[in-house]
Design a protein around this ligand. Structure first.
Ligand code: HEC
Length: 223
């Protein structure tokens, strides 16, 4: 009888230990290194408070930065739009109407905003970027017969000669994409998109860059 009673007590106590030892994680009975359980999220651009401590961050660089730990890049280390071309915010999604009106407007730009004094340098860089970024589909000759197309994996890449394009519209398509072709705004910065556009017009359209679209347009409308 006594043995049985002890057995019941033992089962009950082991059971209750087992039940309580796996309690909910948000109220653990004892926590070593609390910030492993409750990570402290903080914004490096805001004043950094030291968690679990009342004392201020005293590192002089951070104090001078209003207590924020996220510092700007050291001058001259990260290039930031060195061409100084200002563009509207391309991250805002466009409706189809906005896209189309922007595309039509871009066709009127027949001159790139880059400094004409650097034209040769810009075209040389445009060629390198084109061959690295575009030729897989468009072909090094701009005939739409790049290796991806030749392999049969991808279709519908046009020959530039068949398209009514201007340096502005090529830049627009690079920035916003067009149908099966995606945007290259994440890969090429503003100035480089204009360089590639200049190269496309210069190398693959019979009338190169500057005067390209205008005479073609007037003949098209007077016809
Ligand atoms: C993955 C394949 C692919 C790559 C890479 C690619 N394109 Fe295209 N591109 C296309 C396709 C497909 C079209 C046809 C889109 C349409 O008009 O339906 C196109 C169309 C174009 C047009 C004509 C747009 C118009 O207004 O008619 C231009 C200009 C162009 N691409 C330039 C480029 C340049 C410059 C690059 C490199 C930065 C590039 N593309 C990279 C697939 C590609």
């Amino acid at each position: 009888m006594k043995k049985k009673f002890l057995k019941i007590i033992a089962t009950l106590s082991i059971g209750s230990i087992l039940l309580t030892s796996c309690g909910p994680k948000d109220q653990p009975p004892l926590v070593y290194f609390p910030d492993m359980y409750f990570p402290v999220a903080y914004d490096p651009l805001q004043k950094a408070d030291i968690a679990y401590s009342d004392h201020e961050n005293e590192i002089p660089l951070f104090v001078a930065n209003d207590g924020a730990t996220g510092l700007g890049p050291v001058t001259g280390t990260v290039s930031q739009n060195e061409d100084h071309i200002v563009e509207s915010n391309n991250d805002v999604p466009q409706t189809p109407d906005e896209y189309n009106s922007g595309y039509d407007a871009s066709k009127t730009y027949t001159v790139s905003p880059l400094d004409p004094a650097n034209k040769e340098k810009d075209l040389a860089r445009g060629k390198i970027l084109f061959e690295h970024t575009c030729s897989a589909c468009h072909g090094v000759n701009g005939d739409g017969q790049g290796p991806i197309v030749m392999s049969g994996a991808y279709q519908g890449v046009p020959k530039y000669a068949d398209r009514d394009i201007t340096v502005g519209s090529v830049h627009y398509v690079l920035t916003h994409g067009r149908n099966a072709m995606g945007s290259y705004a994440g890969m090429l910065n503003v100035g480089d998109r204009w360089r590639v556009a200049m190269y496309v017009m210069n190398a693959f359209k019979s009338t190169p860059t500057m005067a390209a679209a205008k005479p073609a347009k007037t003949t098209a409308t007077t016809k």
